[in-house]
Every structure is written in C-alpha cells, then in structure tokens.
Design a protein around this ligand. Structure first.
Ligand code: UT7
Length: 326
C-alpha cells in the first residue's frame, strides 16, 4: 500500500536566545518559578528580518538537504501556523516563492499548537490519494509577536522557531507490524470548540481588525492536556495495531515538562523515551513537534526502523497524534 514515508527533517531557530533571567528583568517573574513550573530555561525570539516565512524557509532547506531532494521535487507544501506573515496570502506560498518552486500546491493549516499534526494528516491523505508525490510539511511560528509582554502568566512560556519534514509517497507492505512498512501508520485528530475561551488571541481580521494578543487560562489547559494527549496516543497506536511497548520514541508538543511527564506516566511510558526540548525552545506552538523531531534525528537518537509517536494539543481545543515508522 502507498504510505507517506519520512525522508528528511530540518529546523530553524531565530539567532537571539533569551534566558529566564533576561525576562525576570522585564516582568515580575523568576528563573526558579519558570524552571519549576514549566522546565523552560531558554527560548529564541525573532529579530528584525526574521519572520514565520523566513524560519519556515530555513527549516525547509535543511529538510530538503537531509532528504537528498531539491525544491523542484516538491509538489505540496502544507504549513501549520497561527502567526502567518500576513493575513493572506498563505505563508506556504511565500515559502514556495523563497524556495524557487515554479508550481506546486501550497496552503496553510490553522490548528494552533496541534497544527503540525493536522498538517501531517492532510499531507498524508493527499499523498496516499496519488495526486501529489512529495510534500514539505512545516510548522513555523513567531509567537513572540502576539504575546502580551506585560503578562507574566503567558509571556514566559513561548518562543519562536520552525521545523519541517519531507514526506514521499512510497509503496510499502500492508502489514503495519512488518519492519519494512515505513511511513505514517496512523493519525488521529480531534477538536472541541467549546473551549475556545481557555486559549485564544483577542483580535483578528474579522472581529477587531487587529492582530491581538494571546490569552490563556493555563491551569485549565493543563488539566485537559494530560487527559486528551494520553487518550489520543492510545487511539492512534490502536489504529496502527501496535502496543504501547512497541514505541521507541514519543515526540510531544513542548508546552510544559510537567505535561510531558504526566502524559508519559499515564501511558506507563519510561521518561527516557520522551524527546524533551522545552528547556531550550519553550513552547513554539505548531513548530514544536517538528523542531523536537529534527533535534532527535540530528543527535542520532531517532533512527531508521524505529516507531515514533508525535502528539500535540492546543487552542480550540485541538489535539492529535500520529504513529510512524522512521
Ligand atoms: O501550547 C498549548 C497548550 N498550553 C499548555 O499546555 C499550557 C498548560 N499550562 C501550563 O503549562 C501551566 O498551567 C502554567 C505553566 C501556564 C502555569 O503553571 P501552574 O502551576 O498551573 O500555575 P498557576 O497558573 O496555577 O499559577 C500559580 C501562581 C499564581 O499565583 P497565585 O494566584 O497562586 O498567587 C500565578 O499568579 O503562579 C503565579 N504566576 C507566576 N509567578 C511568577 C503565574 N505566572 C508566573 C510567572 N512568574 N511567570
């Protein structure tokens, strides 16, 4: 059967790295509070000339190079973001132009922190349909530009960055337990719009005509996150026909180290199998999963043949998981 096989990963971070101590000089917070409650020590913040599109382009170039393909080999770009360069056109089309791709399908997906999981399922469906053959799936964000820098309950939590993967349609054995069955084995997505007001941006083109700032009731989001993430991972593994102990790595959305620990405990997954980058990147929304995946591939932890589970939860609420064999 046709599956979407991961053939390359890449990521990009803004040049400027900001420590907790630097933030404590601006808002009423401390390094101790941030580390103890979230595990975050640093985040990267976009500077002049750095935008969601430029970070996405750099992550895409790294992924193309890792995959050993050229930009012209790409016929689909799905870019997940809640912080596009402009209200329109889609940032994906800006990235297409920056990469010099004459023609392809290119659009954005908006599902906030779960955006990359949504983008993966959309791209996977299009590749398996046989119409497209090779996709760049990107998560890219500049949340620093929608933060209220006077609100200590949110501004310390987020960072900027981008991650990208290249997926290629390939014929693979039907049986997902066959070690040659590489690629995306199952995906599961959910949304529950009743929770809009727990995590949202207080502006937009059709309401205020402004960009707005991020607002979050963190404690409530936390409570939902652990329950939903554990459930959707179990659901995706069941859909792939794999037991939890077949999992080599979980690459979670990096919102809070305590969420990662609690979710792993709920599934009886050892903490050593969970890729953690929240300490260095903070929460980069749709970029966090592909950023963490790329780091784990580049430092040699995630290797060919392994079973990897990607998961995320965010504003909406939206949440999802994907199971793949590398
Ligand atoms: O990516 C989308 C998904 N988002 C998430 O998953 C975020 C989920 N939520 C969280 O990660 C956590 O709830 C937070 C990190 C946001 C907050 O941690 P918490 O342990 O739930 O703290 P809290 O909101 O209950 O606040 C505890 C105290 C409060 O003071 P009082 O009311 O107890 O006096 C806050 O005002 O900590 C205070 N506080 C701070 N203190 C120092 C809140 N932010 C800060 C801060 N520095 N930056």
């Amino acid at each position: 059967m046709i599956r979407s096989v991961l053939i390359g990963t890449g990521s990009a971070l803004p040049a400027r790295r900001v420590s907790n101590a630097e933030l404590a000089a601006q808002v009423d917070t401390t390094d101790e509070w941030i580390v103890e409650r979230t595990g975050i020590r640093f985040r990267h913040i976009a500077g002049e000339g750095e935008t969601t599109a430029t970070l996405a382009r750099d992550a895409a170039l790294a992924a193309l190079s890792a995959a050993g393909v050229t930009a012209q080999d790409i016929d689909l770009i799905v870019l997940a973001t809640a912080t596009p360069d402009n209200t329109f056109p889609a940032t994906a089309t800006k990235v297409q132009a920056m990469l010099g791709i004459d023609d392809c399908v290119a659009f954005d997906v908006a599902a906030v922190c779960s955006g990359f999981l949504y983008a993966v399922q959309v791209a996977d469906s299009m590749l398996r349909s046989g119409v497209q053959r090779r996709a760049l799936v990107i998560g890219a964000e500049t949340f620093s530009r929608i933060l209220d820098w006077e609100d200590r309950t949110t501004c310390v939590l987020f960072g900027d960055g981008a991650g990208a993967i290249v997926l290629e349609a390939r014929d693979t054995p039907d049986d997902a337990t066959d070690a040659r069955a590489r690629g995306i084995l199952a995906t599961r997505l959910h949304a529950d719009g009743r929770h809009n007001e727990l995590l949202y941006v207080d502006g937009g083109p059709s309401t205020t005509g402004t960009v707005g700032k991020l607002r979050m009731k963190g404690r409530e989001v936390f409570r939902h996150a652990v329950v939903n993430l554990a459930a959707v991972m179990e659901e995706a593994l069941a859909a792939a026909g794999l037991p939890t102990d077949a999992v080599d790595w979980v690459v979670p959305h990096q919102a809070n180290a305590r969420i990662l620990d609690a979710t792993a405990r709920k599934l009886s997954l050892p903490a050593e199998k969970v890729v953690m980058t929240v300490d260095r990147h903070a929460n980069t929304s749709a970029a966090s999963v592909p950023l963490a995946l790329d780091q784990a591939v580049r430092d040699g932890r995630v290797v060919a043949g392994q079973i990897v589970v990607l998961e995320a939860m965010g504003g909406g609420f939206t949440w999802g998981a994907a199971v793949l064999r590398i």
